[in-house]
Design a protein around this ligand. Structure first.
Ligand SMILES: *Cc1c(COP(=O)(O)O)cnc(C)c1O
Length: 392
C-alpha cells in the first residue's frame, strides 16, 4: 500500500480533534489527560484563550512579510527575551533544529572573525539530541540518527555526558565550543548536575571557547526557572530555544551575547519565515504569561506534587517502574518493563506520556496543569501498572 504521508513516524493509533487545557479529545469522543503536551510544546495547555485571541487578532491583520522588512512583533519578543535572560540579541527560527544550526554557525563565525578560523570543532555529548538536519544529527552523533545518512558533517567530537576529564582531553587549538543540553530530553530526562554545568562554563572560559546550551526542551519555565541553566547560576554564550516558546505555534530562537554574535552581520544568516508575525505574536504572549508573578513558583509547587506522587507510584509497582528523575515539570520515570508497554497501556486508561531514551517515560505536562490533574495522572498510571502486572 502506498502511504501518502511518508511513514517516518511510528505513530500511535490515535487521532485528536480538539484540545482544551491539559485534555485532548479524539475522533471517537474519548478524553485523554495530556502529560506530554506535544513533547513539551503546549506549555500553557491547548487552546489557551489568551493565545487564541492573540493569534486570531494577528491573523486578521498580517500573516507574513519576510525578513526583507522590519517585523515589529520580532522586536517586541526579542526585547522581552533580552530583558529576561543573559542574551543581548536574538535570531528567530521556525524550529529547534534551525535554532541549533544558527548556534553552531555563530560559534564558528565568532572564531573566524577573531583570527582563529581553525577553531571549528564542537564538543558534544553522547545520548544528546539536537534535531534532525544533517548538521544536527552530526552534532548528536548517535547511530540511530545517523545510520544511512552519511557522510556526516565534520567538526563534532563526542564525549560521555558528565565526563569532564574527557571534555578537557578533547579540547585543542581547533575547538570552537562545547554544546550541551542542561537536561537531556530525548536521552531520557538526564539533568546535568549544577556543579558540572559550572565546570563546563569554567572550562570554556579557561580555553577561550564558547558555551552553547540547547534548552529547546528544558527551557521556557519547564524546570521551574525561566531557563534551566539559571539553577546552576551560570550563563551560556549562545542558547537555542524552541518548543515551549511558541506554546504550540512553530517558533524557535537562538539567543546570544553581543560578543558571541559579533560575526553575524547582515547577509550571514537568514530564514524566510523565521520570526514571522504570527509566530512572534504568540511567542510574546507565551513569554508574558510565563513571566507573570507567581507562575514559576506554581510550576515548582506542581513539580513537588508530581514528584512525590510518582515516588509513591514507583514504590508501589517495583516490577513496572524503577526510579524517578528530572527537574520541575520535566520528569522521567525509568521503567522495568519496556517503556513502550507503559505508554501503550496508558492509551487504554486515557493518559498520554512520551517515551524517551534509557527506557524512560517522560512527563512533560502543560506548566499550568492543576494539582488535581497531576493526581489524576498518577492514579491513571497506577491503574496502568496494575494492568501490566497482571501480564508479568
Ligand atoms: C526537540 C528538540 C530539538 C529539535 O527541535 P525541532 O523543533 O524538532 O527541530 C533539538 N534539541 C532538543 C533538546 C530537543 O528537545
Amino acid at each position: 500500500m502506498t502511504q501518502s504521508v511518508m511513514p517516518t513516524y511510528a505513530r500511535a493509533p490515535l487521532s485528536f480533534v480538539k484540545g482544551e487545557g491539559s485534555w485532548l479529545m479524539d475522533d471517537k469522543g474519548r478524553r485523554f489527560l495530556d502529560m506530554g503536551a506535544g513533547i513539551a510544546v503546549n506549555i500553557l495547555g491547548h487552546a489557551h484563550p489568551d493565545l487564541v485571541a492573540v493569534l486570531h487578532n494577528q491573523a486578521e491583520n498580517l500573516w507574513h512579510t519576510s525578513n526583507l522588512y522590519d517585523v515589529p512583533n520580532q522586536q517586541v519578543l526579542a526585547d522581552k527575551l533580552v530583558d529576561a535572560t543573559f542574551a543581548d540579541t536574538v535570531f528567530f527560527t521556525n524550529s529547534g533544529t534551525e535554532a541549533m544550526e544558527c548556534a553552531v554557525k555563530m560559534a564558528r563565525k565568532f572564531h573566524y572573525e577573531n583570527g582563529a578560523p581553525e577553531r571549528v570543532n564542537i564538543i558534544a555529548f553522547n545520548d544528546s539530541f539536537h534535531g534532525r538536519s544533517l548538521g544536527m544529527i552530526s552534532a548528536a552523533g548517535a547511530e540511530k540518527l545517523t545510520k544511512g545518512f552519511g557522510p556526516m558533517l565534520p567538526g563534532f567530537i563526542h564525549v560521555p555526558f558528565g565526563d569532564h576529564a574527557a571534555v578537557r582531553g578533547a579540547i585543542d587549538e581547533n575547538t570552537a565550543a562545547i554544546l550541551v543540553e542542561p537536561v537531556q530530553g530525548e536521552g531520557g530526562i538526564v539533568p546535568m548536575p549544577d556543579h558540572q554545568l559550572k565546570e563546563l562554563r569554567e572550562i570554556c572560559d579557561e580555553n577561550g571557547i564558547l558555551l552553547i546550551l540547547d534548552e529547546i526542551q528544558c527551557g521556557v519555565g519547564r524546570t521551574g526557572k525561566l531557563f534551566a541553566h539559571e539553577w546552576a547560576g551560570i550563563t551560556p554564550d549562545i542558547m537555542a530555544i524552541a518548543k515551549g516558546i511558541g506554546g504550540g505555534f512553530p517558533l524557535g530562537a537562538c539567543l546570544a551575547t553581543t560578543r558571541a554574535a559579533s560575526g553575524m552581520v547582515a547577509g550571514t544568516h537568514g530564514s524566510t519565515y523565521g520570526g514571522n508575525p504570527l509566530a512572534t505574536a504568540v511567542g510574546s504572549a507565551v513569554l508574558d504569561i510565563v513571566n507573570t508573578e507567581g507562575f514559576l513558583q506554581n510550576v515548582n509547587a506542581l513539580a513537588g506534587t508530581l514528584r512525590q506522587a510518582l515516588e509513591g507510584l514507583v514504590a508501589n509497582h517495583p516490577k513496572v517502574f524503577k526510579s524517578v528523575r528530572g527537574t520541575g515539570l520535566m520528569i522521567g520515570v525509568e521503567c522495568v518493563v519496556p517503556n513502550m508497554d507503559v505508554v501503550n497501556a496508558g492509551y487504554d486508561f486515557e493518559i498520554l506520556t512520551v517515551p524517551g531514551g534509557a527506557n524512560v517515560i517522560r512527563m512533560l505536562p502543560a506548566l499550568n496543569i492543576t494539582p488535581e490533574e497531576l493526581t489524576d495522572a498518577v492514579a491513571r498510571l497506577d491503574r496502568v501498572a496494575s494492568k501490566l502486572e497482571e501480564t508479568l
